[in-house]
Design a protein around this ligand. Sequence first.
Ligand code: ATP
Ligand code: MG
Length: 577
Amino acid sequence: MSNVPTAKNAPSENSPRDFIRGIIDEDLATGRYTQVHTRFPPEPNGYLHIGHAKSICLNFGVAKEYGGKCNLRFDDTNPTKEDTEYVDSIRADVHWLGFDWEDREFYASDYFGKLYDYAVQLIEKGKAYVDELSAEQIREYRGTLTEPGKNSPWRDRPIEESLDLFRRMKEGEFSDGQYVLRAKIDMAASNVIMRDPTLYRIRHAHHHRTGDAWCIYPMYDFAHCLSDSIEGISHSLCTLEFENNRELYDWLLIELGTYRPTQTEFARLNINYTILSKRKLIQLVTEKHVSGWDDPRMPTICGLRRKGYPPEALRDFCARVGISRAAGTTVEYPMLEFCVREALNKTSPRVMAVLEPVKVVIENYPEGQVEWFDMPYYPAEAGDPPAGYEGPLTRKVPFSRELFIERDDFREDAPKKFFRLAPGKEVRLRYAYYITCTGVTKDADGNISEIRCTYDPESRGGGTPDGRKVKGTLHWVEANHAVPAEVRLYEHLFNKENPDDYPEGGSFLDNLNPDSLRVVTASCEPALADYPVGHMMQFERLGYFRMDEDSRPGAPVCNRTATLKDTWAKIEKKTEA
Ligand code: ATP
Ligand code: MG
């Protein structure tokens, strides 16, 4: 089990408290910083996923709570992997999550000129040098965790020579890998990152923003701390894998004598049955294991959006998971679904659809007759429509002699506790009539082709004058007006809790769930034909669904967002017991 707060006792979105907010309180109290200024720094080399949402909620959330600011900064220092498609998607996703960076959209590449000047300053101070060891030699010279490294023969090259070479690197005189600029720190440092880290490399590559203006590019460690400094960031919040980089972050800013933000690390978000590594998500897309970045089985923000997860559910989830320094914990996926149901239960109108239809014929209902019922989108027992809702409160639903019900709502030899339809049993059709099963018709293979019933005309609206009780209530759809819809039923993309657990020589792809998508043709009530893309609804008794982008007029396509069944609540109960 994970050690995340339980759904009930978790802090709400309005009052998260954690060690980072503690640090900020202290920094403001001591006057170390007078204003909170954070940033969210994605590298535009992939689409954002729910792990990024945690970082977005933290950075933008903290800024808002303390009356500060949060920048969106694209960390675009690696020209070969980055693309404007990613920049655009990141912008759209952050906005959709409900956050705004106003006019503070920055790019590390905006600072290439300044960063170059800082590098020159370091060389002039004798704190950086141009090296000509190969990448492989640099690795060899670096030593190991237990053995110190050794100095490069070029380490004590005269300052003037390094300055000249660095300038010529920039002028494009050399080929990729021929020279690098390295910080001159300590090849015996216990923190391996401090063993003369590379600051600049030559890369003759086109950059999506700076074009061919540069052929040298700064390394992450050099660009990141200086970008933070240039932007006047107070609290630079990042994930735990950067803990060892903090020493270099501080060293560079101290040596350069510039304004110094504080880096603080927190644990990454992990969720079971889910992959949150950009490299692997890219692989899923390029190898077509999914239909694209926004495939509803993807943990990307755009995938979850297409599946129907509302932004408030993602924010709520991030708040409940909270911020800690404990690495390696994994959140249960049902906790995310719990937040989704919490959000959708209050807001989504109810309609009826039958996913796996079987026909019901009502023998004593007049042939050719159609009745239209006004059915509530927000039934009384489910509470009021959401605040500010101005749409229609009801829609018309037809009823006639021929209907569809769910195939597994009928059993020929039903056990005692089966409260749905069976020969001789009476059930309520939601909002309509009571019906009693009189028998079945079978096809040549012995499959049920029709369920025969009679109805009680006195039970219109769902009750009878004699007040007799029926236990079961079924959803249904009138057969002749039914709209066929392609309904996509999603399960986890992976069938292992930890998709990275595979035998030697295998890959995470071995754990792909072959049943992660099942498509059925459902029969839906007519109103469904007119709902717009993005419309959210609850199919009575079945779950939450969203009208997909693939819908066409009269031919809806619906994604299952979540079932109604709440496994997280069950986990909760088990834990309490
Ligand atoms: P890469 O391997 O490409 O660096 P990344 O997931 O770290 O992948 P970035 O674009 O560098 O991607 O991430 C932007 C910000 O989001 C960083 O501050 C990073 O720490 C944070 N972040 C990324 N993944 C998670 C996660 N699973 N949980 C919390 N924060 C995350
Ligand atoms: Mg990163």
